[in-house]
Write a protein that binds this ligand. Structure first.
Ligand SMILES: Nc1ncnc2c1ncn2[C@@H]1O[C@H](COP(=O)(O)OP(=O)(O)OP(=O)(O)O)[C@@H](O)[C@H]1O
Ligand SMILES: [Mg+2]
Length: 294
């Protein structure tokens, strides 16, 4: 089982879109995938058609699961996660897609409890996920924006961390800050957790022929800040955003169109980086010329 956290301090840059499309894309390719929604906004759940409401549903929130575990109770996750594999039913050779869903009030209470118990509770999600390692090939965690005990918990749970930026300076700063945070996880968890930084996805990009100087500078900035951008950018594409409303990730709705192709290439590069030492990672070239779109 490989656990990947998608994280950046900056809000609204595409963490959730990246998480759900990678999770769905890997499951389309045959893997057994668990998507984990750690953001109180619960949008990863929405993106795969799950919205928790009502008392019995709240008991399935990851917020409860974390609170219970912090108080020494071990839950059987197989009763609590949602099986969304029906989304893959039209695809031969697909794997499985499950979701650990979340809901705001329970997740906020979990966040407070983690904060109260101090940094030694940071590995809590890792411990929860290790209980189910035989069930999944990949776990992809969607994280909240900003620095919080929840995002620290996600980084600590991860074997690998991917960050996301859009072609704007504040987003680059948020990605660089997250990359810096990853370096301290091992020390802060007494060696229990040791995530590897895997690279940055440039999301909501334009075609390179239209790039203006901010886009060129952010792309170069990803290289200069040791953020290891992936070769494939994810372009601005309405099909990625409109899929939210249908509860079906764009990589499934548009499997043989732009979204399916872009995320398919990105997935290939992610899997390759997991298998290869860092010296062998393929990366885009620095852009030395003037911005072509100006
Ligand atoms: N490549 C894209 N093309 C078009 N729209 C996109 C793309 N990526 C993300 N979006 C849209 O941008 C908005 C923000 O994306 P998303 O929710 O994935 O960001 P986020 O980083 O998870 O936000 P938050 O910090 O609030 O959790 C959403 O409406 C989403 O549909
Ligand atoms: Mg989000």
């Amino acid at each position: 089982m490989k656990v990947i956290a998608v994280a950046t301090q900056k809000g609204g840059v595409g963490k959730t879109s990246t998480t759900v499309n990678l999770a769905a894309g890997l499951s389309l390719a045959g893997a057994r995938v668990l998507a984990v929604d750690l953001d109180p906004q619960a949008q990863a759940g929405t993106a795969v058609g799950v919205n928790l409401s009502g008392e019995d549903q709240l008991a399935r929130s990851l917020g409860w699961i974390i609170q219970a575990r912090l108080q020494g109770m071990r839950m059987d996750l197989s009763n609590l996660w949602f099986d969304r594999s029906e989304l893959l039913s039209e695809f031969e050779d697909a794997g499985t897609l499950h979701l650990l869903a979340c809901e705001e009030s329970t997740m906020t209470a979990a966040q407070d409890l983690i904060h109260k118990k101090g940094y030694q509770s940071t590995p809590i999600l890792r411990r929860i996920l290790l209980d189910v390692e035989d069930f999944f090939d990949f776990v992809i965690i969607d994280t909240p924006p900003a620095v919080s005990s929840l995002s620290a918990t996600a980084l600590a749970a991860a074997d690998y961390v991917i960050t996301v930026s859009i072609p704007e300076y504040p987003a680059l700063k948020g990605a660089a800050a997250t990359r810096g945070t990853v370096r301290y996880v091992k020390d802060r968890t007494g060696g229990e957790c040791d995530p590897q930084f895997l690279g940055a996805v440039l999301n909501r990009s334009n075609p390179p022929s239209r790039w203006k100087s901010q886009e060129v500078n952010v792309r170069n900035g990803l290289l200069d800040n040791d953020l290891a951008p992936f070769i494939t950018d994810i372009r601005t594409d309405n099909r990625i955003s409109d899929s939210f409303a249908f509860g079906v990730p764009s990589v499934i709705r548009y499997a043989s169109h732009g979204p399916g192709k872009m995320y398919g290439q990105l997935m290939g590069q992610i899997v390759e980086r997991i298998q290869q030492p860092r010296e062998k990672w393929e990366m885009p070239e620095r852009i030395e010329s003037e911005a072509p779109g100006e």
